[in-house]
Design a protein around this ligand. Structure first.
Ligand code: ZN
Ligand code: ZN
Length: 419
């Protein structure tokens, strides 16, 4: 057996999206409709009814984990997604390259994204990573940039305990002073939180000292661009305890995802990463290359997870036409080739979203998303099209999370619960 899971981020919509229809209803999706007519549909609450999901927690839940038990924060998945080596005890952060101005009150942030810097980040990282922290010689750190102003930072204690129970130093507002990191109010006496906050503050201070006159920034200023002269840290999180999918199901899987967060969640669950040229995590992503890579990967792996981000981007941008057109591209350039090339005598597929991102709201909402399963063991339920309204009539009814375990169930990979 082989399995393919596809998650189109923020796929779900509302009837207010496009004159009474969701973007998915308005889109022409002949290949998804064909899969629906030989498979079964349902509605899935990514985490649970009435829970408004983040993408990371929703993915954990769809992959069969309980995010309330295992989720420690976003930073750790950013670190995994960039390819950093995360160990138990490490504290992970989402990092931003930003622009700051020195004032008597501290560092005033004038651009949280440093003008979306697109080159020189590695040179900045190299000088920062040479810093030996004076707060404690037992703490080391690594900063790694990913795309543009984004990156991740990992703090490691060597025979010293660190804590994620600290406040962030990203003020989330332009014109505000970056606040010092402090222990969270309920752990103010905790030495681990105090030393971790002190390390964060030292790294931020040192980044400004090292970067304000760095050649990368001198060149940026000469061409009128904002300087990338400070690192802001947020989303402090511990390494989570996740049992790998391979140890639960005895199968090997790979992930194809442009976005670091989704790669990170998948790697943390034990999947291997496949690099695909042109997988950007945006609306311009190369869907055909993803389909091709997935078919090739199934020669080696038992299952492939393909993540597509553009649907959510269009939802956040409140651009209904862009979301509808991107769904049509998914159907034509990803589902079409897969439907043609997969061996349907032994392959099961699941297609869904990780939450609803309706156009009117421009952010994630609580509604369930349509889900489709097809393959030799799936009982056809008489549905003919793939969208929210048809899925509400589907034979799988409405359930919470667990899309990967259901898919693996069709493949006969599930361990028995009990004797
Ligand atoms: Zn999402
Ligand atoms: Zn989103």
């Amino acid at each position: 057996m082989k399995a393919v899971l596809i998650i189109a981020d923020g796929l779900g919509g509302r009837p207010t999206d496009l004159a009474g229809k969701t973007c998915l209803e308005a889109a022409s999706t002949p290949h998804l409709d064909a899969l629906a007519s030989r498979g079964a549909l349902g509605l899935v609450d990514p985490i649970g009814p009435g829970v408004r999901p983040g993408s990371d927690t929703a993915h954990l839940s769809l992959l069969g984990y309980d995010p309330r038990r295992v989720y420690t924060g976003r930073g750790v998945f950013e670190c995994f997604g960039i390819g950093m080596d995360v160990c138990q005890g490490d504290i992970c952060f989402r990092a931003n390259l930003a622009t700051a101005e020195e004032t008597p009150d501290g560092l005033k942030i004038t651009d949280r994204r440093a003008g979306r810097i697109d080159r020189g980040q590695d040179q900045l990282a190299a000088v920062l990573n040479d810093v030996k922290l004076t707060v404690s010689p037992k703490i080391s750190f690594e900063f790694q940039p990913s795309t543009q102003h984004r990156g991740a930072l990992l703090l490691r204690g060597h025979s010293i305990r660190l804590s994620s129970q600290i406040t962030e130093n990203d003020p989330h507002a332009v014109g505000a002073v970056a606040p010092d990191s402090k222990p969270n109010p309920d752990v103010i006496e905790d030495a681990a939180a105090r030393v971790t906050a002190a390390a964060v503050n030292e790294i931020t201070k040192r980044s400004f000292e090292l970067w304000k006159d760095h050649p990368v920034n001198r060149a940026r200023m000469e061409s009128g661009k904002p300087s990338a002269n400070v690192v802001l840290l947020r989303g402090a999180s511990d390494a989570p305890h996740l049992q790998s999918l391979e140890s639960t199901y005895r199968v090997k899987g790979a992930v194809i995802a442009g976005g670091a967060l989704y790669r990170g969640v998948s790697l943390a669950c034990g999947m291997c990463q496949l690099d695909v040229d042109g997988a950007t995590g945006g609306l311009d992503t190369n869907l055909g290359a993803k389909a091709e890579a997935a078919c090739k990967a199934l020669e080696t792996y038992d299952y492939v997870f393909i993540h597509v981000k553009g649907t959510d981007n269009a939802g956040h941008d409140q651009d209904a036409e862009a979301k509808r057109d991107f769904i049509e591209r998914i159907d034509r350039e990803l589902i079409g080739p897969l439907a043609q090339q997969l061996d349907w005598s032994k392959t099961h597929i699941a297609f869904t979203g990780d939450h609803t991102t309706p156009i009117d709201f421009g952010d994630h909402t609580t509604e369930p998303v349509p889900v489709l399963f097809a393959g030799p063991n799936v009982m056809p339920d008489g549905t003919q099209e793939f969208h929210e309204r048809e899925a509400a009539r589907g034979g799988l009814c409405r359930f919470s999370g667990q899309v990967l375990p259901i898919l693996f169930g069709y493949c006969n990979w599930s361990p028995k619960f009990g004797a």
